[in-house]
Design a protein around this ligand. Structure first.
Ligand SMILES: [Fe+2]
Length: 304
Protein backbone atom coordinates (compact mmCIF):
# COMPACT_ATOMS: atom_id res chain seq x y z
CA UNK A 1 0.00 0.00 0.00
CA UNK A 2 1.15 3.52 -0.73
CA UNK A 3 1.43 5.10 2.68
CA UNK A 4 2.58 8.53 1.52
CA UNK A 5 -0.84 10.12 2.07
CA UNK A 6 -0.60 9.36 5.76
CA UNK A 7 1.84 12.17 6.41
CA UNK A 8 3.65 12.71 9.66
CA UNK A 9 2.56 16.00 11.24
CA UNK A 10 4.68 19.05 10.46
CA UNK A 11 6.51 20.66 13.38
CA UNK A 12 4.13 23.59 13.75
CA UNK A 13 1.03 21.41 13.76
CA UNK A 14 -1.20 21.01 16.83
CA UNK A 15 -1.09 17.33 15.90
CA UNK A 16 2.68 17.07 16.36
CA UNK A 17 3.37 15.42 19.69
CA UNK A 18 6.55 17.44 20.14
CA UNK A 19 4.77 20.79 19.91
CA UNK A 20 2.78 21.15 23.07
CA UNK A 21 2.35 24.93 22.67
CA UNK A 22 0.61 24.58 19.30
CA UNK A 23 -1.52 21.77 20.72
CA UNK A 24 -2.56 23.71 23.83
CA UNK A 25 -3.54 26.81 21.80
CA UNK A 26 -5.61 24.74 19.40
CA UNK A 27 -7.11 22.64 22.20
CA UNK A 28 -8.32 25.71 24.06
CA UNK A 29 -10.09 27.02 20.95
CA UNK A 30 -11.68 23.67 20.24
CA UNK A 31 -13.01 23.16 23.75
CA UNK A 32 -14.41 26.70 23.86
CA UNK A 33 -16.93 25.69 21.19
CA UNK A 34 -19.76 24.28 23.25
CA UNK A 35 -23.42 23.48 22.70
CA UNK A 36 -25.23 22.29 19.63
CA UNK A 37 -24.51 24.56 16.65
CA UNK A 38 -27.59 26.46 15.41
CA UNK A 39 -29.43 24.98 12.45
CA UNK A 40 -28.70 27.09 9.34
CA UNK A 41 -31.78 27.86 7.24
CA UNK A 42 -31.36 27.37 3.49
CA UNK A 43 -33.96 28.92 1.22
CA UNK A 44 -33.06 27.17 -2.02
CA UNK A 45 -30.25 24.57 -2.11
CA UNK A 46 -29.91 25.15 -5.88
CA UNK A 47 -29.18 28.81 -5.23
CA UNK A 48 -27.31 28.83 -1.94
CA UNK A 49 -26.86 32.37 -0.68
CA UNK A 50 -23.45 33.69 0.36
CA UNK A 51 -24.45 34.14 3.97
CA UNK A 52 -25.89 30.61 4.19
CA UNK A 53 -22.73 29.16 2.70
CA UNK A 54 -20.43 31.22 4.92
CA UNK A 55 -22.31 30.27 8.08
CA UNK A 56 -22.23 26.56 7.25
CA UNK A 57 -18.56 26.58 6.23
CA UNK A 58 -17.38 28.65 9.19
CA UNK A 59 -19.29 26.36 11.57
CA UNK A 60 -17.61 23.36 9.94
CA UNK A 61 -14.23 25.06 10.14
CA UNK A 62 -14.63 25.36 13.92
CA UNK A 63 -16.74 22.29 14.73
CA UNK A 64 -16.30 19.94 11.75
CA UNK A 65 -20.07 19.63 11.42
CA UNK A 66 -23.07 21.89 10.87
CA UNK A 67 -26.84 21.44 10.65
CA UNK A 68 -29.02 22.88 7.91
CA UNK A 69 -32.74 23.07 7.22
CA UNK A 70 -34.17 23.47 3.74
CA UNK A 71 -37.28 25.61 4.04
CA UNK A 72 -39.15 24.52 0.93
CA UNK A 73 -40.08 20.90 0.23
CA UNK A 74 -37.69 19.60 -2.41
CA UNK A 75 -39.10 18.54 -5.79
CA UNK A 76 -36.04 16.65 -6.97
CA UNK A 77 -34.30 15.73 -3.74
CA UNK A 78 -31.32 13.98 -5.29
CA UNK A 79 -30.42 16.67 -7.80
CA UNK A 80 -30.98 19.38 -5.17
CA UNK A 81 -28.56 17.66 -2.78
CA UNK A 82 -25.98 17.16 -5.52
CA UNK A 83 -26.25 20.86 -6.32
CA UNK A 84 -25.78 21.69 -2.64
CA UNK A 85 -22.62 19.56 -2.46
CA UNK A 86 -21.27 21.25 -5.61
CA UNK A 87 -21.79 24.66 -4.03
CA UNK A 88 -19.43 23.54 -1.30
CA UNK A 89 -16.90 22.43 -3.90
CA UNK A 90 -17.58 18.78 -3.06
CA UNK A 91 -17.45 16.68 -6.20
CA UNK A 92 -15.92 13.28 -5.69
CA UNK A 93 -18.76 11.13 -4.51
CA UNK A 94 -17.56 7.89 -3.01
CA UNK A 95 -19.07 5.05 -5.02
CA UNK A 96 -19.54 2.53 -2.24
CA UNK A 97 -20.86 -0.98 -2.71
CA UNK A 98 -24.49 0.02 -2.38
CA UNK A 99 -24.40 3.47 -3.93
CA UNK A 100 -26.94 4.15 -6.58
CA UNK A 101 -25.91 5.74 -9.87
CA UNK A 102 -26.30 9.31 -8.73
CA UNK A 103 -23.54 8.85 -6.15
CA UNK A 104 -26.04 9.65 -3.43
CA UNK A 105 -27.19 6.74 -1.31
CA UNK A 106 -30.76 6.43 -0.11
CA UNK A 107 -30.62 4.95 3.38
CA UNK A 108 -33.84 3.25 4.26
CA UNK A 109 -34.91 -0.22 5.39
CA UNK A 110 -34.67 -2.47 2.36
CA UNK A 111 -34.03 -6.11 1.54
CA UNK A 112 -30.45 -6.80 0.61
CA UNK A 113 -29.35 -8.94 -2.33
CA UNK A 114 -25.84 -9.52 -1.01
CA UNK A 115 -24.62 -12.22 1.41
CA UNK A 116 -24.25 -9.75 4.22
CA UNK A 117 -26.83 -7.72 6.03
CA UNK A 118 -25.71 -4.11 5.97
CA UNK A 119 -26.96 -2.59 9.19
CA UNK A 120 -27.49 0.89 7.67
CA UNK A 121 -30.32 -0.64 5.60
CA UNK A 122 -32.07 -2.12 8.61
CA UNK A 123 -33.81 -0.38 11.51
CA UNK A 124 -31.11 -1.44 13.94
CA UNK A 125 -28.85 0.95 15.87
CA UNK A 126 -25.53 1.84 14.26
CA UNK A 127 -22.47 2.10 16.48
CA UNK A 128 -19.91 4.86 16.58
CA UNK A 129 -17.90 5.18 13.36
CA UNK A 130 -16.56 7.50 10.74
CA UNK A 131 -17.73 6.93 7.18
CA UNK A 132 -15.53 4.87 4.87
CA UNK A 133 -13.22 3.81 7.72
CA UNK A 134 -12.67 0.62 5.68
CA UNK A 135 -11.37 2.52 2.66
CA UNK A 136 -7.69 2.19 1.85
CA UNK A 137 -5.16 4.65 0.51
CA UNK A 138 -6.43 7.76 -1.22
CA UNK A 139 -10.07 6.82 -0.95
CA UNK A 140 -10.50 8.49 2.39
CA UNK A 141 -13.93 9.94 3.04
CA UNK A 142 -13.15 13.42 4.28
CA UNK A 143 -16.66 14.86 4.20
CA UNK A 144 -20.24 13.70 4.06
CA UNK A 145 -23.70 15.14 3.79
CA UNK A 146 -26.74 13.54 5.39
CA UNK A 147 -30.27 14.68 4.62
CA UNK A 148 -33.53 13.54 6.19
CA UNK A 149 -36.35 13.24 3.66
CA UNK A 150 -38.57 11.42 6.17
CA UNK A 151 -37.96 10.54 9.81
CA UNK A 152 -39.07 7.22 11.34
CA UNK A 153 -42.29 6.97 13.32
CA UNK A 154 -40.12 6.61 16.40
CA UNK A 155 -36.38 6.67 17.12
CA UNK A 156 -33.50 7.05 14.68
CA UNK A 157 -31.78 9.99 16.40
CA UNK A 158 -28.09 10.57 15.69
CA UNK A 159 -25.24 11.30 18.04
CA UNK A 160 -22.23 13.22 16.84
CA UNK A 161 -18.78 13.93 18.20
CA UNK A 162 -16.18 16.04 16.47
CA UNK A 163 -13.30 13.58 15.93
CA UNK A 164 -10.87 16.33 16.97
CA UNK A 165 -12.47 16.29 20.44
CA UNK A 166 -11.90 12.52 20.58
CA UNK A 167 -8.26 13.23 19.68
CA UNK A 168 -8.04 15.74 22.56
CA UNK A 169 -9.55 13.31 25.06
CA UNK A 170 -7.05 10.62 24.05
CA UNK A 171 -4.01 12.90 23.97
CA UNK A 172 -4.83 14.48 27.33
CA UNK A 173 -5.05 11.02 28.86
CA UNK A 174 -1.95 9.56 27.24
CA UNK A 175 -0.03 11.00 24.24
CA UNK A 176 1.42 7.55 23.57
CA UNK A 177 -2.04 6.45 22.52
CA UNK A 178 -2.00 9.08 19.76
CA UNK A 179 1.31 7.72 18.54
CA UNK A 180 -0.15 4.21 18.52
CA UNK A 181 -3.26 5.30 16.63
CA UNK A 182 -1.18 7.13 14.00
CA UNK A 183 0.82 3.99 13.22
CA UNK A 184 0.20 2.73 9.66
CA UNK A 185 -0.83 -0.65 11.09
CA UNK A 186 -3.02 0.59 13.98
CA UNK A 187 -5.88 -1.49 12.69
CA UNK A 188 -6.63 -3.92 9.92
CA UNK A 189 -9.82 -4.14 7.94
CA UNK A 190 -10.56 -7.78 7.21
CA UNK A 191 -11.23 -8.81 3.62
CA UNK A 192 -14.78 -8.63 2.32
CA UNK A 193 -16.02 -11.64 0.38
CA UNK A 194 -19.30 -11.90 -1.45
CA UNK A 195 -20.49 -15.03 -3.23
CA UNK A 196 -17.03 -16.55 -2.90
CA UNK A 197 -15.35 -13.58 -4.52
CA UNK A 198 -13.01 -11.33 -2.59
CA UNK A 199 -14.17 -7.80 -3.33
CA UNK A 200 -11.82 -6.14 -0.86
CA UNK A 201 -8.55 -7.59 0.45
CA UNK A 202 -7.25 -7.17 4.01
CA UNK A 203 -5.55 -3.85 4.54
CA UNK A 204 -4.05 -1.95 7.44
CA UNK A 205 -4.06 1.74 8.16
CA UNK A 206 -3.90 4.40 10.85
CA UNK A 207 -6.83 5.64 12.92
CA UNK A 208 -5.57 9.25 12.94
CA UNK A 209 -3.69 10.82 10.06
CA UNK A 210 -2.85 14.34 9.03
CA UNK A 211 -3.62 15.50 5.51
CA UNK A 212 -0.48 16.42 3.57
CA UNK A 213 -2.61 18.92 1.63
CA UNK A 214 -3.98 21.09 4.40
CA UNK A 215 -2.69 19.65 7.69
CA UNK A 216 -6.18 18.67 8.83
CA UNK A 217 -6.82 15.68 11.06
CA UNK A 218 -8.56 12.64 9.61
CA UNK A 219 -9.96 9.73 11.61
CA UNK A 220 -10.94 6.22 10.62
CA UNK A 221 -12.89 4.38 13.27
CA UNK A 222 -15.50 1.72 13.92
CA UNK A 223 -16.58 0.67 17.38
CA UNK A 224 -17.81 -2.63 15.97
CA UNK A 225 -15.35 -5.32 17.01
CA UNK A 226 -15.94 -7.53 14.01
CA UNK A 227 -15.28 -4.70 11.53
CA UNK A 228 -11.70 -3.93 12.54
CA UNK A 229 -8.80 -5.89 13.99
CA UNK A 230 -6.86 -3.67 16.34
CA UNK A 231 -3.10 -4.03 16.51
CA UNK A 232 -2.26 -6.32 19.39
CA UNK A 233 -0.07 -4.12 21.55
CA UNK A 234 -0.76 -2.40 24.85
CA UNK A 235 -1.09 1.26 23.77
CA UNK A 236 -3.36 0.41 20.83
CA UNK A 237 -5.58 -1.87 22.92
CA UNK A 238 -5.77 0.73 25.71
CA UNK A 239 -6.59 3.55 23.29
CA UNK A 240 -9.36 1.49 21.66
CA UNK A 241 -10.78 0.62 25.10
CA UNK A 242 -10.60 4.28 26.17
CA UNK A 243 -12.65 5.35 23.15
CA UNK A 244 -15.32 2.71 23.81
CA UNK A 245 -15.48 3.84 27.41
CA UNK A 246 -15.66 7.51 26.38
CA UNK A 247 -18.72 6.80 24.24
CA UNK A 248 -20.29 4.80 27.04
CA UNK A 249 -19.78 7.33 29.82
CA UNK A 250 -20.61 10.34 27.62
CA UNK A 251 -18.98 13.71 27.07
CA UNK A 252 -20.28 17.27 26.94
CA UNK A 253 -19.07 17.40 23.32
CA UNK A 254 -21.28 14.48 22.26
CA UNK A 255 -24.43 15.90 20.70
CA UNK A 256 -27.70 14.17 20.16
CA UNK A 257 -30.06 15.33 17.43
CA UNK A 258 -33.01 13.81 15.64
CA UNK A 259 -33.24 15.16 12.11
CA UNK A 260 -36.67 16.33 11.01
CA UNK A 261 -37.83 16.14 7.40
CA UNK A 262 -35.90 18.75 5.41
CA UNK A 263 -32.98 18.88 7.84
CA UNK A 264 -29.46 17.65 7.31
CA UNK A 265 -25.86 17.62 8.46
CA UNK A 266 -22.69 18.44 6.57
CA UNK A 267 -19.48 17.31 8.15
CA UNK A 268 -15.76 16.74 7.82
CA UNK A 269 -16.48 13.06 8.55
CA UNK A 270 -16.91 13.36 12.30
CA UNK A 271 -17.69 10.42 14.59
CA UNK A 272 -21.36 9.53 14.63
CA UNK A 273 -23.91 6.83 15.45
CA UNK A 274 -27.65 6.37 15.23
CA UNK A 275 -30.39 4.88 17.41
CA UNK A 276 -32.56 2.02 16.24
CA UNK A 277 -35.99 3.07 14.99
CA UNK A 278 -39.49 1.97 14.14
CA UNK A 279 -41.11 2.70 10.78
CA UNK A 280 -44.81 2.95 10.14
CA UNK A 281 -44.99 2.83 6.36
CA UNK A 282 -48.80 2.75 6.38
CA UNK A 283 -48.82 6.12 8.13
CA UNK A 284 -46.17 7.57 5.79
CA UNK A 285 -43.45 7.28 8.42
CA UNK A 286 -40.76 5.22 6.71
CA UNK A 287 -37.37 6.65 7.54
CA UNK A 288 -35.56 7.87 4.41
CA UNK A 289 -32.18 9.56 4.57
CA UNK A 290 -29.88 10.54 1.72
CA UNK A 291 -26.16 10.45 2.17
CA UNK A 292 -23.31 11.68 -0.02
CA UNK A 293 -19.67 10.99 0.69
CA UNK A 294 -16.76 13.00 -0.58
CA UNK A 295 -13.03 12.55 -0.83
CA UNK A 296 -12.53 16.25 -0.19
CA UNK A 297 -12.88 18.12 3.01
CA UNK A 298 -15.18 21.12 3.19
CA UNK A 299 -13.36 24.27 2.12
CA UNK A 300 -12.42 26.98 4.58
CA UNK A 301 -14.73 29.99 4.09
CA UNK A 302 -13.19 32.79 2.06
CA UNK A 303 -14.68 35.68 3.99
CA UNK A 304 -14.41 35.72 7.73
FE1 LIG B 1 -22.09 6.88 8.83
Amino acid sequence: MNTSMYAIPADSSPFALNDDDAYQRWREQKLAETGLPAVVEINDPGDLQGVEQQTLLSTCERRNFAFFRIKEALGQTESALRALGRRFGLLDLDQNLCAEDSGLTAITVKPTDTDHIYIPYTNRPLGWHTDGYYNAGQHQVRAWLLFCAQPAAEGGANEIMDHEIAYIRLRDENPEWIEALMAPDAFTIPSNTEQGEEIRPDHSGPVFSVSPIDGSLHMRYSARQRNVIWKDDAPTREAAAFLLDLFKRGDDHIFRYRLNAGEGIISNNVLHRRDGFRDEPGAGSKRLMYRARYYQRLPVPREK
